[in-house]
Design a protein around this ligand. Structure first.
Ligand code: NAD
Ligand code: UD1
Length: 332
């Protein structure tokens, strides 16, 4: 297949491009490098010994998109491009609505124009809000509490309306749980700017002594040890889910949503302990206040993705902890 990958030099996008190239697919990337680096393109080549075509540009630039669709035959689009930091979205809502919504609208309009109507979209478990029960199934009620989550929910709605209006569209909405880890080569991974918001990027910075200690946001939740529980998934497993979803949309019509998670929940303290064990390092932590907006526990029922896409996560928590640490050691 020939695939256009928006946001293809980002964390999840780059791992997906690697899997696509390893699978023999042809890949075109568009990324404005607002949250990634050009060198990722070379790292992808180093890992796969194959080349993706790279366009540096913004998905909101319709002329650029049109020129890409004119030049290349594209079968499926995987749409990762967007902003993803919850706190920043609360502080700068317009920036989030503009980037996430306008880029998706521009992309869909140009896809329509060139009759490429097959898309895989990056949504998030955040669209489930505070779930009433666990594990979370795709038909649970949807709600959000911040502008970032709103953009994901709005885009899901836009894509559903589009697929209902025009039966030629085929769209897979992938709701990711908590992606962590890195490619086993240590060449690509996650490197957030500044002080990380998310758990694993913070843990690794404590492990290498760049940060003094981890603040554990609350130990009075109704969970195994009182700390928050999440469904952590290895980014390479997640990337492979996109290959299955791309195959699915290529061979079908309509729109559907799939949970991409492992189905297992781990607490913050379980994560700290596992990270220390696997990497033989110490991760200092202190218990602090709950983080506003956090929920106690969140983990997927991933059985629908297995049934419909033939995909399930295979890597272990040991793999996730080891690969996250390996990446930071190699790139620090
Ligand atoms: P990322 O920031 O590493 O990757 C996104 C990429 O998109 C970056 O390379 C950035 O430069 C690019 N980009 C942003 N806006 C663009 C635009 N207008 N035009 C062109 N390129 C643009 O993020 P990620 O973790 O790889 O996430 C990918 C997608 O998955 C995002 O849509 C994100 O919201 C979603 N998601 C991520 C997580 C997570 O925890 N990482 C969880 C759920 C959903
Ligand atoms: C994040 C996103 C959410 C997204 C989800 C899956 C935020 C605020 N939310 O939430 O939109 O859907 O990932 O990708 O970014 N923790 C600490 N100390 C820290 C950091 C985190 O104790 O320094 C705890 C949190 O309270 C939580 C767990 O670790 O219990 C995981 O946190 P995080 O990695 O931020 O993920 P989510 O809260 O699931």
């Amino acid at each position: 297949m020939n695939l256009l990958v928006t946001g293809g030099t980002g964390f999840i996008g780059s791992h997906t491009v690697v899997e696509l190239l390893n699978n023999g697919d042809e890949v075109i990337i568009i990324d404005n490098l607002s949250n990634s680096k050009r060198e990722v393109v070379d790292k992808i080549k180093e890992i796969t010994k194959r080349e993706a075509i790279f366009y540096e540009g913004d998905v909101r630039n319709k002329e650029l998109l049109q020129s890409i669709f004119q030049k290349h035959k594209i079968d499926v689009v995987i749409h990762f491009a967007g902003y993803k930091a919850v706190g920043e979205s609360v502080a700068k809502p317009l920036m989030y609505y503009d980037n996430n919504l306008i880029s998706t609208l521009c992309l869909c309009e140009v896809m329509n124009e060139y009759k490429v109507k097959k898309m895989v979209f990056s949504s998030s478990a955040t669209v489930y809000g505070n779930p009433k029960s666990l594990p979370i199934k795709e038909d649970f009620p949807l709600s959000t509490t911040n502008p970032y989550g709103e953009t994901k929910l709005m885009i899901e709605k836009i894509l559903k309306d589009l697929a209902h209006a025009d039966k030629e569209w085929s769209i897979a909405i992938l709701r990711y749980f908590n992606p962590i880890g890195a490619h086993e080569s240590g060449l690509i991974g996650e490197s957030p700017n500044g002080i990380p918001n998310n758990l694993m990027p913070y843990i690794v910075k404590v492990a290498i002594h760049e940060l003094d200690h981890l603040n554990v946001f609350g130990n009075d939740y109704d969970t195994i040890d009182g700390t928050g529980v999440r469904d952590y998934i290895h980014v390479v497993d997640l990337a492979k889910g996109h290959l299955c979803a791309a195959k699915k949309v290529f061979n079908s019509h309509g729109v559907d949503a799939y949970n991409l998670g492992t189905g297992n929940g781990y607490s913050v303290l379980q994560m700290v302990k596992k990270f220390e064990e696997v990497n033989h390092v110490k991760v200092k932590y202190e218990i602090t206040q709950r983080r506003a907006g956090d929920i106690a526990a969140c983990y997927a029922d991933p059985s629908y993705a297995y049934q419909q896409l033939g995909w399930k996560a295979e890597k272990t928590l040991d793999d996730m902890c080891r690969d996250s640490y390996h990446f930071i050691q190699k790139n620090n």
